[in-house]
Design a protein around this ligand. Sequence first.
Ligand code: UTP
Length: 488
Amino acid sequence: MVSEEEIRARLEQAGQSHLLRFWDELEPAGRASLLSELALLDPNELREHCQRAAAACAQEQGPLERLDSRMQPVQPEFLGSVRKSDPQTLQRWEEEGFHQIAQNKVAVLLLAGGQGTRLGVTYPKGMYQVGLPSGKTLYELQAERIRRVEQLAGHRHNTHCIVPWYIMTSEFTLKPTVEFFKENNFFHLDPANVIMFEQRMLPAVNFNGEVILERKDKVAMAPDGNGGLYRAIVDNGILEDMERRGVEYVHVYCVDNILVKMADPVFIGFCVLKDADCGAKVVEKAYPTEPVGVVCQVDGIYQVVEYSEVDLETIQRRDESGNLVFNAGNICNHFFTRSFLQTITREFEPLLKQHIAIKKVPFVDEDGNLVKPLKPNGIKMEKFVFDVFQFSKNFVAFEVLREEEFSPLKNADTANKDNPTTARFLDENGIRIPEQPSTLGTENPPVLCEISPLVSYFGEGLEVYLKDEEIHSPFILDEKKAKLLEKA
Ligand code: UTP
């Protein structure tokens, strides 16, 4: 263990000596835990981190750089679209995707290190039950989609197919996530193919550039953003693991989109056939001022532009056909080749922008009282997963239907959008049922109809089960029910 003297010297070097100001009052256990936390912080990095945070915060208060005049929409040749493509083209992409999946070249990677403060639950968001009739959690639904896509690819190509599931967690989410998966028998996935790893944490800093003490014996730490992925995969040997397994393509996604199509064969096939090293699924914006980032070019280079970086006029601009010019809403669904990830980690990670988030960070005041601030007092520094688009040599975007693929769970049910109810409603109704029995939709409120991902991944095969079926709310089509209907 690093000695107290050594830590004092390091903190002095970093300009953060105040972190030991309650030292004399601490019990041995508190001292030990504070020392071990501080020992992980490199003094030079810490000094830089604090200075950068304070400087970025001061800059943030000033006028934002406007990007309007430098923006161009995604070029049509680099944009695929589910809506605008003919069935043959979609089928070709799907076949290619299944072909790659069947050769075990595709993995999925879940970003699950966030604190989910807006949703306001004390456990990882993936453990949230969205209120489906079956009571399934986000993790369970995702596990079932992986199993189903493995089955579909395996049947088509007569192979035993594995889609490894990499899960990036943080200090907040790792332990409960591991326990939850164990309690649930890994949702019938082979634990060897579920690889959890932890991202780094960074200290939260006040507006004067001082690290915040959350308790007398604890520094306020926060995960380093979903762009912390690129350091975390190096720290944890993830690229080597992918190489050992023969994984070439990775589908990266956020934990909170209940409709996410993991390892979507159409998306994977499109990216592979376009020879892309990096790709992003996008949806049409729901309305011009919707607060989502837009995938576009700035000075000819692809990136995500946040709605706060552009003027209203640009946001509302329409082309001759009346469509929004900047319409490609980013939904945190990305395709990367393993070799692109390797290049990022080796060459570009240090260049990724540090974004600042100004938050309310609980702290101990000078007298040692715990304070829950009423206004923001702290700066958290984060990197974003999509900030690597600029380094792509062949970037593509792929437009999918919002009602089929995007229903994020961000807020508690009190908020009126992106909340558990919207997500649940879409999952129940988003899958198109080929032959709708006459009772469907005539009831009020709408029919509760939940189809297990184990029965159908994207609506395929449902006619077999639902053709002559009377549907009464709540209707759950799980594997058991599907078998019964098949026999009938
Ligand atoms: P969000 O931006 O929605 O953040 O993350 P969040 O932390 O989950 O929620 P709030 O802002 O506190 O309410 C988008 C995705 O990125 C992951 C999240 O788990 C989610 O899947 N993420 C976010 C990380 O993996 N690590 C981070 O440090 C931050």
